[in-house]
Ligand binder design. Structure first.
Ligand code: SAH
Length: 216
């Protein structure tokens, strides 16, 4: 089928010319990117739009993140196949689909019920059965299934949300964009043996604002 072939070529070009060239060499992350068709998560499914390095609107004022940023965050999460992961901000479900290839179980929380429903449908169609989609305020985490090996937040918070730190395992990693005025700073948080955290600033970025109790 022509469309199938076109998407594979465009995806391959995006991975080679943008993601690999900008320094992401993690084999498991690149393999995951190759296995998920991004255009299926974009309303209308436009191939040019889906396979260029930009965020794309998905309705309800929200966006699917830029592919480079998605790949960068997945690399920095240091995922292992046995991990239990929590994602805040399901959005289109694309990042959750990638996480499903890199970890054992994925729990993802979305504030907008319509987006959660749409994401769930696509994930089911793709035969992905280790992603569990929840509607709710992810700024509170998802205590029912805590603790998590990794937590990834794909909207920007006013500060590092305390409930997420408490739901993280010892030695776990939390990635969260924190708003610092004109831009967001992507922060990598490690939970130490003594329960304290170590925080590193990775890079400036731009995400939609987090809503809810610990949001804006
Ligand atoms: N990871 C997504 C992109 C997410 S965009 C993808 O791959 O497409 C950010 C999402 O965070 C939006 O869908 C927004 O509705 C959601 N969001 C904002 N505040 C939230 C909150 N408190 N809890 C859960 N989701 C939230």
């Amino acid at each position: 089928m022509r469309k199938e072939k076109d998407y594979r070529e465009l995806l391959e070009r995006l991975i080679r010319e943008t993601i690999e060239k900008r320094g992401i060499k993690d084999r498991r992350v690149l393999e995951a990117l190759r296995s998920i068709p991004r255009h299926l998560f974009i309303p209308g499914g436009d191939l040019e739009l889906a396979y260029s390095d930009h965020p794309v609107p998905i309705g309800y004022g929200q966006t699917i993140s830029q592919p480079y940023m998605v790949a960068y965050m997945l690399k920095e999460l240091e995922l292992e196949p046995h991990h239990k992961v929590l994602e805040i901000g399901t959005g289109s479900g694309y990042n959750a689909a990638l996480l499903s290839k890199l970890a054992k179980e994925v729990y993802t929380v979305e504030y907008v019920p319509e987006l959660a429903r749409r994401a769930k449908n696509i994930l089911t169609k793709l035969g992905i059965d280790n992603v569990h989609v929840f509607v709710g305020d992810g700024s509170l985490g998802l205590p029912e299934y805590a603790p998590y090996d990794r937590i990834i937040v794909t909207c920007s918070a006013p500060q590092i949300p305390e409930p997420l730190v408490s739901q993280l395992k010892t030695n776990g990693i939390l990635l969260v964009p924190v708003n610092e005025g004109y831009y967001d700073m992507l922060k990598k948080v490690r939970k130490l043996e003594n329960g304290k955290i170590e925080v590193y600033d990775l890079m400036p970025c731009a995400f939609v604002p987090m809503r809810g109790a610990y949001g804006f």
